[in-house]
Design a protein around this ligand. Structure first.
Ligand SMILES: [Zn+2]
Length: 408
């Protein structure tokens, strides 16, 4: 018995789940994707690339660094075999270089990778031809707002942490940035002058990123400018005064964005895990209905909190970036609920990686999650085949094209 009776909405499914999955994947093969978030390394950093380099610049390194001695690699791969980062990176590398990532192939893989990277365009060609991206939103935290790549697909995003974190010239954000590095003399102004200089710096950009979950967290409640002014320029403000500055600056930046049609991307979930759930942004989102918030990572592990915001606030987008490679199971649950709660128009995806090999692994993970969830919905009689294909196309391409203004 089918879980849903479509009644007058349509016929019972005629395809098997596997056939439906193939149809969905074939449909999105005909579209180029928009990768809403990545940290692809600058061209100059792709030097002496081998397997170790790829693992060193991946999430696998966060779990356990690649062994210095090659003889330890098979055991390293074995003890991490169930970890999702390892699984999808191995899938990505295997498919690109045409051989498994295992103890027997380490030498020949290193050779194949080294040979491929003799062509300086190799990493860009993977993004173009294997990942099939149309655009890639690039968050370069070493040089905020600058792509530092010859790749034509990149659209730089301005990371704005420093404007909120740094109340004075000696303060640095977690990426070691301070506004004084980019706007000389900015702290010689009054607080009003500081705000004006920040606004002028931000306004030429179309997309902003706040990764404040790696700094002071997502709890944003102070919208009062006078309270914010107290800590401005102070080396040793009280904790309360500092919070007032920090929270107001996040509000100020998001309000400015809303007034000028600039999209705000915010990291939610993991990070310092101190006040980093998306729910801590509730007051900010409620206060700024004209600002479009692209909330990252499904809020993982607080996915329910993001789903609640998606339900209540039409200016919230649920971005799956990073989530399928954190956990396929979590990504499937999140996507299914997000579709049921918010419809298919406010769901996005990005790879959130540094190398093309990991980016392609993230594409494979996303395609798996997308086609699994939608074919389940088809099999249950919840969606028709046309509806599953339309939905997949919106998440892979259409929603981001509309939100970020990439439509023809
Ligand atoms: Zn990221």
């Amino acid at each position: 018995m089918k879980a849903y009776d479509k009644g007058s909405l349509g016929k019972d499914p005629a395809l098997t789940k596997e056939e439906c999955q193939s149809a969905i994947l074939k449909h999105i093969d005909g579209l180029r994707g928009i990768d809403t978030h990545c940290h692809h390394l600058p061209d100059r950093k792709f030097k002496d690339v081998d397997l170790k380099f790829i693992y060193d610049h991946s999430y696998c390194d966060w779990m356990e660094p690649y062994p210095a001695d090659k003889k330890d690699v098979p055991q390293y791969l074995l003890r991490n075999c169930s970890n999702s980062y390892f699984y999808w990176l191995r899938r990505g590398i295997s498919e690109i270089y045409g051989m498994p990532v295992d103890g027997e192939h380490l030498e020949v893989l290193d050779e194949a990778i080294g040979k491929a990277y003799r062509d300086p365009e190799h990493h860009l060609r993977i993004l173009d031809e294997k990942c099939r991206y149309e655009k890639i939103l690039l968050d370069n935290y070493d040089h905020p707002g600058v792509a530092e790549s010859s790749g034509k697909l990149f659209v730089p995003v301005l990371r704005c942490n420093m404007f909120a974190v740094c109340n004075c010239i000696s303060k640095r954000d977690h990426n070691d940035n301070n506004p004084g590095k980019y706007i000389p003399g900015i702290y010689e102004h009054s607080f009003e002058g500081y705000l004006k200089a920040v606004d002028e710096y931000i306004l030429p950009h179309h997309i902003l990123k706040l990764a404040i979950a790696y700094d002071e967290g997502n709890r944003i409640r102070n919208f009062d400018k006078d309270r914010a002014a107290v800590a401005y320029g102070q080396e040793h403000p009280t904790e309360e005064a500092y919070r007032d500055f920090y929270e107001y600056m996040v509000y100020h930046i998001c309000r400015l964005a809303g007034e000028h049609g600039i999209i705000v991307q915010i990291h939610t979930g993991l990070g310092t895990m101190k006040d980093t759930s998306p729910l801590f942004l509730k007051e900010l989102i409620g206060a700024l209905p004209d600002t479009q918030f692209d909330l990252f990572h499904g809020g993982y592990p607080w996915m329910d909190d993001l789903l609640g915001l998606l339900h209540n606030y039409p200016n919230v987008y649920a971005d799956l970036c990073w989530l399928p490679i954190i956990s396929v199971s979590a990504a499937k649950r999140f996507l299914r609920e997000a579709l049921e709660i918010g419809g298919c128009d406010r769901i996005l995806w990005g790879c959130d990686t540094w190398t093309s090999e990991e980016s392609y692994g993230a594409v494979l993970a996303f395609r798996h999650v997308l086609s699994e969830v939608l074919s389940d919905m088809y099999e249950e009689g919840y969606l028709s085949l046309d509806e599953t294909c339309y939905t997949a196309g919106q998440i892979w391409h259409g929603n981001a094209a509309r939100l970020f203004g990439f439509e023809d």
